[in-house]
Design a protein around this ligand. Structure first.
Ligand SMILES: [Zn+2]
Length: 412
């Protein structure tokens, strides 16, 4: 009887058996993947010890010195002309920032793009092509040297290179944000806090050299802690560390989370050091003034700075449908902005006459999520920078935003 049972397997038993083996296989693959991740994490990241630019008669040379051999991928981007180099995650160490503008290279940037991938972006003042790329092994006390020689070319050749390299581009997984599915019964109010900039995009730089991306994350975390005290709220941060997120991804997170409110946190910097205070922005295609328009376009440059290929994205964040849905959302955004300004004033940060403005920030374009962008203060102003850098100042600002959130949901 026993042997018979083993020989004959009915369709149901067969399915159970197949499912069982499938599960074992998945478990095994999962474990393998975990081991792989662990092994990756335990590997020492390469150090970038120097970046040099050199001008030759027929070419501009870009050299990166690294402690490990680079594993890289290069692609070209138009509007403006750029070359993007993705590498394994590296530590940018001992970088003496010399002249960044040499020959056809106008400037370069570097930083973390996604966990595991560092990115270098070369801004070009003309269409160029790479005529040589070489890695020299360590010798005579020098580490690995990665040479890229570029030469001016015509626009057609450049566009062909854009096309050709688009196919080879690494496909990045979307940012890791753990979005818990909505629990209809809980009726919690979902708030997404967006720390502006991050990774390769540092945002504004303060007088002391502090980056906007650091301060926005610190305030975002303090705001989360403050709001978490209220059990009515469920809070999600778009980023938790120094990593890059495109504007579309930030908007996408708010929408996916079904957010009831989206707060993007920033700090500004301008040429005039006497200007200070907070400003709250809501979305409008018609900016309230030139300064607001300039700021929005500077912020919308974030994706350009980070080497995001905007042309290969299908833009679902635009269109007529969105315009219609946005109108109601915009009223809620304005309502929150109006509640926020007096709260910020109470925190001790200066609030000037026109502290609520309108501009076309891409990050505010979720059609169904009331969204505001807060410029907490000016990093170009000594007084504001001091507040923004201090833990106490950050806590006060976070507290004032949380008060406005309470009032907004309280009266709704
Ligand atoms: Zn910003």
């Amino acid at each position: 009887m026993i042997s018979e049972g083993c020989v004959f397997i009915g369709p149901l038993a067969k399915e159970i058996l197949v499912n069982f083996f499938r599960r074992v296989l998945f478990l095994f693959l999962g474990l393998l993947a975990l081991c792989g991740l662990y092994a990756n994490d335990s590997l020492a990241a390469a150090d970038v010890t120097a970046v040099r630019l050199g001008l030759h008669t027929d070419k501009t040379r870009f050299v990166v010195e690294l402690s490990e051999k680079p594993i890289y991928n290069i692609f070209y981007l138009p509007n403006p002309y750029r070359i993007v180099i993705d590498m394994q995650e590296v530590n940018w160490k001992a970088l003496k920032v010399g002249s960044r503008k040499t020959g056809v290279i106008e400037n370069y940037r570097y930083g973390l793009f996604r966990k595991g991938t560092s990115r270098l972006v070369l801004d070009l003042n003309a269409p160029v092509k790479i005529i040589r790329q070489t890695i020299l092994p360590p010798s005579e006390g020098k580490p690995f040297r990665f040479f890229i020689d570029v030469q001016k070319t015509n626009n057609d050749t450049f566009q062909a290179l854009v096309k050709a390299t688009r196919k080879t581009k690494l496909a990045f997984a979307p940012p890791v944000v753990h979005i818990v599915p909505e629990d209809k019964k809980s009726k919690k109010l979902r708030i997404v806090i967006d720390a502006g900039h991050g990774g390769i995009d540092p945002g504004a730089t303060g007088r002391s050299g502090v980056y906007e991306k650091q301060l926005t994350l610190q305030v975002a975390k303090k705001l989360r802690a403050q709001l978490n005290k209220n059990p009515k709220y469920k809070i999600l941060l778009t980023r938790q560390d120094d990593t890059f997120l495109s504007l579309r991804e930030r908007v996408g997170i708010a929408r996916k989370y079904n957010a009831d409110l989206f707060i993007s946190i920033h700090a500004d910097s301008i040429a005039r050091s006497d200007i200070s205070g907070s400003t709250v922005y809501t979305l409008s295609e018609n900016a309230s003034d030139d300064e607001a328009a300039a700021l929005a376009s500077a912020h919308n440059m974030s994706d350009v700075i980070a080497g995001v290929d905007l042309e290969s994205q299908d833009d679902t964040v635009q269109g007529i449908l969105i315009d219609l849905a946005q109108r109601e959302t915009m009223n809620f955004s304005v309502k929150f902005a109006k509640l926020l300004i007096p709260e910020i004033a109470r925190s001790g940060m200066k609030v000037v006459g026109k502290s609520h403005r309108f501009a076309g920030f891409r990050v505010l374009k979720a059609p169904d999520v009331p969204s505001v962008l807060v410029e907490l203060g000016y990093l170009s102003n000594r007084h504001d920078e001091k507040i923004l850098k201090s833990s106490k100042g950050q806590s006060k600002l976070a507290f004032s935003i949380s008060k406005a959130v309470d009032k907004y949901f309280g009266n709704r």
